[in-house]
Write a protein that binds this ligand. Structure first.
Ligand code: NAP
Ligand code: MG
Length: 398
């Protein structure tokens, strides 16, 4: 059989733990037999990030900028326990946050729907897509522990040296403080990315913040979003029959669980982090959530929405063949390959990525699945497989 040829390299970003194990299996069984894979490989395994002082993370983001499309495995975000476990020099920043900061852009997360898995929210008839702003806020904040009484201020020093100050708190004892920011330009590209995605997918857009409390910070988000909509997208949205709806974040959360779905929910960075896990788990499983970072400069990074599935990894290390669901990782690859195919105009590659997705979905529709889905499947599954058997089953159907 002639393998499918690629033109431009795909930026391949390897990661950690169980997802790293499955990454290899997916390549070996589902990709390499069919495609002459052309990738530029970056190893973002925690140990290699530590050895390179995170240089590899920066380089991988620059490579995505250069080539236009990347596919990323899940990676550990270091914390105190990981520092000990991996004998790290220091606590590394989240690689996802680093890459998102370099690429700017917005992360869109969409559940992978299968008829056997009914959403826990029974009013949902169509997927809810989360558009998560990928820059700033708490992910790029400065924090300080305050050890004793004292005054903490925000100080803005302008280029001409003049200052503006705002008291945050007069501490009477120890405590904590945090300073975060965002940029008008980033918020504007967030809004644009959302309307572009919504128009392409014909989805209405919801946006919510807490502007009643955070009048300046969240207020600015609300203002910019409205302005971008009115000036740049309203007429296009009207023509496409989709609308834009703004409300408070708590009202949005309450409405989402009563809605029918089928809309794009634009979320600030933290809201998107939290709500995409809620949507994913209510839609079925974290393992059934796709994720793509779309930057305003037109580059794309595909990944799974879930993490490295740490507990499964420890069981795998003890010799167990775990039943970890590879669906979102496979969709990360098919998304990236399909985008590469579109940009390089390679029809066979576009077709292959559709066939691989269909093979995966048909396997589940036929009642053959991993343990996480077996618990949710209605009707009950025919066969519950471990990840290796499940991937073989998919390979047989491509
Ligand atoms: P996680 O890896 O998403 O897993 C949490 C739980 O969700 C698992 O224990 C498992 O539940 C279930 N799960 C998630 N993905 C699954 C899959 N593919 N198949 C079957 N079950 C799945 O989150 P975590 O364990 O809290 O985090 C582990 C590491 O991932 C952390 O170091 C974190 O920093 C990192 N992380 C990375 C990313 C990223 O790179 N994008 C995102 C989030 C977290 P059961 O145990 O009940 O089977
Ligand atoms: Mg999250």
């Amino acid at each position: 059989m002639n393998k499918i040829q690629m033109k431009t390299p795909l930026v391949e970003i390897d990661g950690d733990e169980m997802t790293r194990v499955l990454w290899e299996v997916i390549k070996e069984k589902l990709l390499l037999p069919f495609i002459e894979l052309k990738t530029e490989y970056y190893d973002l395994g925690l140990k290699n990030r530590d050895n390179t002082n995170d240089d590899v993370t920066f380089k991988s983001a620059e490579a995505i900028k250069k080539y236009g499309v990347g596919v990323k495995c899940a990676t550990i975000t270091a914390n105190a326990a990981r520092k000990v476990e991996y004998d790290l020099q220091y606590m590394h920043a989240s690689p996802n946050a680093t890459i998102r900061a370099i690429l700017d852009g917005t992360v869109f997360r969409k559940p992978i729907s299968v008829s056997r898995i009914k959403p826990s929210v029974n009013t949902w008839k169509a997927p809810i897509v989360i558009g998560r702003h990928a820059y700033g806020d708490v992910y790029k904040a400065a924090e300080m522990e305050i050890e004793a009484p004292g005054k903490v201020e925000l100080v803005y020093t302008k280029a001409d040296g003049t200052e503006r100050r705002e008291t945050i708190a007069d501490f009477t004892g120890s405590g904590i403080v945090q300073g975060m920011h965002n940029l008008d330009e980033s918020i504007r590209s967030f809004a644009r990315a959302c309307f572009v995605y919504a128009l392409a997918e014909k989805l209405p857009v919801w946006f919510a913040t807490k502007d009643t409390i955070s009048k300046k910070y969240d207020g600015r988000f609300k203002e910019i979003f409205q302005e971008v909509y009115d000036k740049e997208y309203k007429s296009k949205c009207d023509a496409a029959g989709i609308d834009y709806f703004y409300t408070l974040i708590d009202d949005a959360v309450a409405r989402v669980v009563k809605a029918e779905g089928g809309f794009l929910w634009a979320c600030k960075n933290y809201d998107g982090d939290v709500q995409s896990d809620m949507i994913a788990s209510a839609a079925g499983s974290l393992a059934m959530m796709t994720s793509v970072l779309v930057s305003p400069s037109g580059v794309f990074e595909y990944e799974a929405a879930h993490g490295t599935v740490q507990q499964h990894y420890y069981r795998w290390q003890k010799g167990e063949k775990t039943s970890t669901n590879p669906a979102a990782l496979i969709f990360a690859w098919t998304g990236a390959l399909a985008k590469r195919a579109e940009l390089d105009n390679i029809l066979e590659l576009a077709d292959f990525s559709k066939r691989l997705e269909a093979a995966l979905l048909n396997t589940i529709e036929d009642g053959i699945m991993t343990g996480d889905l077996a618990r949710l499947s209605d009707p009950p599954p025919q066969k519950v497989l471990n990840s290796w058997e499940f991937i073989d089953e998919i390979a047989g159907r491509i």
